[in-house]
Ligand binder design. Structure first.
Ligand SMILES: *Cc1c(COP(=O)(O)O)cnc(C)c1O
Length: 367
């Protein structure tokens, strides 16, 4: 049997007639940059998040970049964030000329450790940027309380956490601004690049719309230096179709995660903890073991796709050498980078495939 890490063709097949019709509509109306389908998707995605405003972007990275611009973060400023994430979280900080200040993660969730956040705050700190890694919400009570106490805005990187719940409420509105990604591999994926900025603040939303479109509220009248960060019309149309299925896909991911947990319970693997009061969007199903690389090779040899999220923490990336961090600075993140392995996780994963993956994991530990 073959089990891919992620079966995008199966997902596309499942909604293909609707995607064809939506894309054809865009070819008819020729609204290729923003346009009515983007407007409709923004409205629907905001509703999905329980937020008053969603602004469509051409990527999650650009949405996060604009989030920090809206908060006035700039050169000389610091933003507290996690070293264990996809690099784009830190790109947003670097793009505005600020400095990422890393804080180690919590071993149970691989998310920013709230207990370590407060002592990283300095007079230069301008924001806290947690990531809901793997779809698991951060401890938003603890991080929110620290942010509030110090008057610091929270920017949620929700790129992996569409529909993840914290105390019954979707993530993305706990901070001043949040960024979502619709990269094709995310829980809600475009047929290309796309992202969104979500906010409860009308003024932020309005300026975000201007910044994504060359800094102009009125065409050819440029209030400030802006960007070409518009969402494409075709992506708005595609996302509008897929959004209708997101709740069902997320429910399927949660069911698969529960089943994995049952089947792997008595193996030597360490599983991720879901914090009390939270429900993960289950973007990635991570297991941990010191022999991670051997296990990955074993799975691949037997037709099971597996992935690493992420093999090198950001403080040890070449691009961030100028920040002056060294190995050993964030031991929990460094151990996670060595031990985490992502098993196949997608809504279309069948029970047979799931059982096969679990059986292959068991075989590895028996030999
Ligand atoms: C995917 C991702 C991003 C960036 O989103 P893009 O749409 O690929 O630009 C940012 N942060 C995290 C945690 C991500 O997983």
């Amino acid at each position: 049997m073959k089990v891919p890490y992620f079966d995008l063709p199966a997902q596309i097949r499942s909604v293909r007639p609707e995607l064809d019709a939506a894309i054809a509509r865009t070819l008819d109306n020729c609204s290729f940059c923003l346009g009515p389908d983007v407007v409709a998707f923004e409205r629907d995605f905001a509703a999905f998040c329980g937020a008053p405003h969603a602004v469509g972007f051409n990527s999650g990275t650009s949405a996060l970049h604009v989030a920090l611009l809206l908060l006035g973060v700039g050169p000389g400023d610091e933003v507290i964030t996690t070293p264990f994430t996809f690099v784009a979280t830190s790109w947003a900080i670097s793009y505005v000329g600020a400095r990422p200040v890393y804080v180690d993660i919590d071993d149970a969730t691989c998310n920013l450790d709230p207990a370590l956040v407060e002592r990283a705050i300095t007079p230069r700190t301008k924001a806290i940027m947690p990531v809901h890694l793997y779809g698991q919400p951060c401890d938003l009570d603890a991080i929110g309380a620290i942010a509030q106490k110090h008057g610091l805005p929270l920017v949620e990187d929700a790129a992996q956490a569409h529909g993840a719940l914290w105390r019954g409420r979707p993530v993305g509105t706990f901070g001043a601004i949040s960024g979502f990604s619709f990269y094709p591999g995310k829980n809600l994926g475009a047929c290309g690049e796309a992202g969104a900025l979500v906010t409860t603040d009308a003024a932020f939303a309005e300026r975000a719309r201007s910044l994504r479109e060359h800094g102009a509220r009125v065409r050819y009248y440029h209030d400030e230096v802006g960007y070409n960060y518009r969402m494409e019309g075709i992506q708005g149309a595609v996302l509008g179709v897929k959004l209708k299925y997101l709740a069902a896909w997320t429910a399927a991911r949660r069911r698969i995660a529960r089943r994995y947990a049952e089947l792997l319970r008595d193996t030597p693997l360490k599983l991720q903890t879901e914090l009390a009061g939270s429900e993960s969007a289950r973007h990635v199903f991570v297991v941990r073991h010191p022999r991670r690389d051997e296990l990955k090779a074993h799975l691949e040899k037997n037709g099971v796709g597996a992935a690493l999220h992420y093999p090198v923490p950001l403080h040890l990336q070449k691009c961030y050498a100028p920040l002056g961090y060294k190995a050993g600075d964030f031991p929990v993140a460094e151990a996670a980078a060595r031990e985490c392995l992502s098993l196949p996780m997608f809504a279309e994963l069948t029970d047979d495939q799931l059982a096969y993956v679990a059986a292959q994991v068991r075989t590895f530990f028996k030999t």
